[in-house]
Design a protein around this ligand. Structure first.
Ligand code: UT7
Length: 323
């Protein structure tokens, strides 16, 4: 059977780092509050004129280099983002042009903080169906552009960045020991729209709008849904929590991450945490965390990785990957 096997990964963060201390000079907040409630210490913020596509292009080039592949090898780009450069065309097509990829298809996926897991699932399905052979899956965001900097309940929590992986279809025996994407699970429940949304859009207000969040309510859903979806994806693959080498979760809040790790019975040193340095970068947070742990040597070929995320929609999902 065909498996989508990870060939390489890459990431990019804007140069400018904004610490909690710096934020507290313009927002009614403290370093202590932000650290205690979320685990965040700093975030990267895109420069004026630096767009989501720019971050995505840099992360993608690094992923291709790490994979030892060229843009001409790609026949699919799936870019997960809730902060596209423009309403249309898809930001993925800008990345496609900049990389010099001329065949196949490039499009965006919009599932906010669950976007990367959605993107991986879509690319995996297209590879398995034979519609694509080599895919770039990107998570890239400039959330700083949709934050209400007067709303201390949200503006301290997010950051900008991008991460990418390259997937290629390879024949395998179809066992859990094979490298590749082993299982995916996707969910959404639109009844919870009002818990996390942007109060603008081309069809409703003709404005971009700002992010609005009922943090406490999202927190409760996150804890429950993450515990359920990681169990679901393990069951699909015929594996157990004890088989997982690394939990690579969406980086929204250290307390949510710790809760999911505890439910799985994973020691903290088996959980990749970057929320302290990157804050919540929405669809970019999982591939950013992945890249950090691959490049510092923690994640090794053959390790079993559990990726999971939840965000606006509500939308959530998980992927199990033999690296
Ligand atoms: O990535 C998409 C998914 N998103 C998430 O998973 C986010 C989930 N939610 C969370 O991470 C947490 O709910 C937050 C970090 C957003 C908030 O933590 P919390 O413990 O739920 O705090 P809270 O919203 O209940 O606020 C507690 C207090 C309030 O004051 P009162 O009403 O108790 O007097 C807030 O006004 O903290 C106040 N507060 C702040 N204080 C200082 C809210 N924001 C701030 C702030 N600085 N930045």
């Amino acid at each position: 059977m065909i498996r989508s096997v990870v060939q390489g990964c890459g990431s990019y963060l804007p140069e400018r780092v904004v610490t909690n201390e710096e934020l507290s000079r313009t927002v009614d907040t403290t370093d202590e509050w932000i650290r205690q409630r979320s685990g965040i210490c700093q975030r990267h913020i895109a420069a004026e004129g630096e767009f989501t596509s720019h971050l995505a292009i840099k992360a993608s080039q690094r992923a291709l280099d790490h994979a030892g592949l060229n843009a001409s090898d790609l026949d699919l780009i799936v870019l997960a983002t809730a902060t596209p450069d423009q309403t249309f065309p898809a930001t993925a097509t800008r990345v496609q042009a900049a990389l010099g990829m001329t065949k196949g298809a490039a499009f965006d996926v919009q599932a906010v903080c669950a976007g990367f897991v959605y993107g991986v699932s879509v690319a995996d399905s297209l590879i398995k169906s034979g519609l694509a052979s080599t895919a770039l899956v990107i998570g890239a965001e400039t959330f700083s552009r949709i934050l209400d900097w007067d709303d201390r309940g949200t503006c301290v929590l997010f950051g900008d960045g991008a991460g990418a992986i390259v997937l290629r279809g390879e024949q395998g025996a179809g066992t859990p020991a094979d490298r590749g994407i082993l299982a995916n699970a996707l969910h959404s429940d639109g009844r919870h729209h009002d818990l996390l949304y942007v109060d603008g859009g081309p069809s409703s207000t003709r404005t971009t709008g700002f992010l609005r969040m009922e943090g406490k309510e999202v927190f409760k859903h996150a804890v429950v849904n993450m515990a359920t979806v990681v169990g679901e994806v393990l069951e699909k693959a015929g594996l157990e929590a004890k088989d997982v080498d690394w939990l690579v979760p969406h980086q929204a809040n250290k307390r949510i991450i710790d809760g999911t790790g505890r439910k799985l019975g994973l020691p903290p040193e088996r959980v990749v945490v970057t929320v302290d340095k990157h804050a919540n970068t929405s669809a970019a947070s999982i591939p950013l965390a992945l890249d950090v742990a691959v490049k510092d040597g923690r994640i090794k070929k053959g390790d079993l990785l559990l990726l999971e995320g939840i965000g606006g929609g509500l939308s959530w999902g998980a992927s199990l990957v033999r690296w």
